[in-house]
Design a protein around this ligand. Structure first.
Ligand SMILES: Nc1ncnc2c1ncn2[C@@H]1O[C@H](COP(=O)(O)OP(=O)(O)OP(=O)(O)O)[C@@H](O)[C@H]1O
Length: 254
């Protein structure tokens, strides 16, 4: 089943065509990669899916229904979460607090219960804390739970952003360059971690990443964008051998 479907999607910024006629279908449960050189339109595609940029043409469907006109907030509530290339953590809040903020989507408590600090409110709060700590544990951040996000290494901050996105219990997780700034062993661990969270949370993952070997080793299928157009689509093997990809992006070797 197609969880997400893009039909003939185009985005214009003045005279610049950031995306043109992009068709894409992402199936439930797959790890789908987006490759392409700088400026190819990958982040713009994420912005369209998550409702930050309205497409100039075409349609984005979620479980068959158009997302046209929905705010990014509404789209997030449908089950689409994302991370950002430029991290958007609350740097003066602790790791635990960052994850708890991510949970508010599915964990809203009645304001009166909060005001009165009822027993059920306190029980729920402690349950949420346990859930948040378990997520931090999964991302190997349990030791830094009470440290400010700003004090973390770059790689840890990237993992914290993923933990926070996952805290909203999404069905689709959009990861924008999660391996940026990570060393080779962190990248290997990241590949395993993404697979593990896909299986454990029954997620579908759409990932942008420049590190080609990581993408070919991780993704079930990939699409390659160049100058806003989809120039290739298929399994890692198909994409690796595609002459248009070799010409436009891989420069003849990986
Ligand atoms: N808000 C905007 N206003 C004007 N132009 C934009 C805007 N956002 C993106 N662009 C332009 O659209 C094109 C696609 O940008 P985008 O960030 O989607 O590429 P990308 O493939 O994600 O690149 P990178 O790998 O460098 O992140 C680029 O030429 C970029 O300068």
């Amino acid at each position: 089943m197609n969880l997400l479907q893009l039909e003939d999607v185009g985005v214009r910024f003045g005279g610049l065509r950031a995306l043109q006629g992009v068709d894409l279908e992402v199936k439930q449960g797959e790890i789908f990669g987006l490759l392409g050189p700088n400026g190819a339109g990958k982040t713009t595609l994420f912005n369209v899916i998550s409702g930050l940029t309205a497409p100039s043409s075409g349609t984005v469907r979620w479980r068959g229904a158009s997302l046209a006109g929905l705010s990014s907030h509404r789209i997030a509530r449908l089950g689409i979460a994302r991370t950002f290339q430029n991290l958007r953590l609350f740097s003066s809040m602790s790791c635990l607090e960052n994850v708890l903020v991510g949970m508010h989507q599915h964990a809203r408590q009645p304001p009166l219960a909060a005001l009165l600090q009822t027993q059920s409110f306190r029980r729920r709060e402690s349950q949420l804390q346990q859930e948040a700590l378990a997520l931090l544990d999964l991302f190997q951040l349990e030791a830094t739970a009470h440290q400010d996000a700003a004090s973390l290494s770059y790689g840890d901050r990237r993992r914290l952003e993923m933990a926070r996105a996952l805290a909203s219990r999404p069905q689709l997780l959009l990861l924008d360059e999660p391996a940026a700034g990570m060393n080779p062993s962190e990248k290997d661990e990241l590949r395993e971690l993404i697979r593990r969270i896909r299986d454990q949370f029954k997620l579908t993952v759409l990932i942008i990443e420049h590190h080609v070997p990581l993408m070919l080793g991780l993704c079930d299928r990939l699409a390659v964008l160049n100058f806003g157009q989809r120039i290739a689509l298929g399994s890692p093997d198909q994409v690796r051998r595609d002459p248009a990809v070799i010409e436009a992006y891989l420069g003849g070797g990986t």
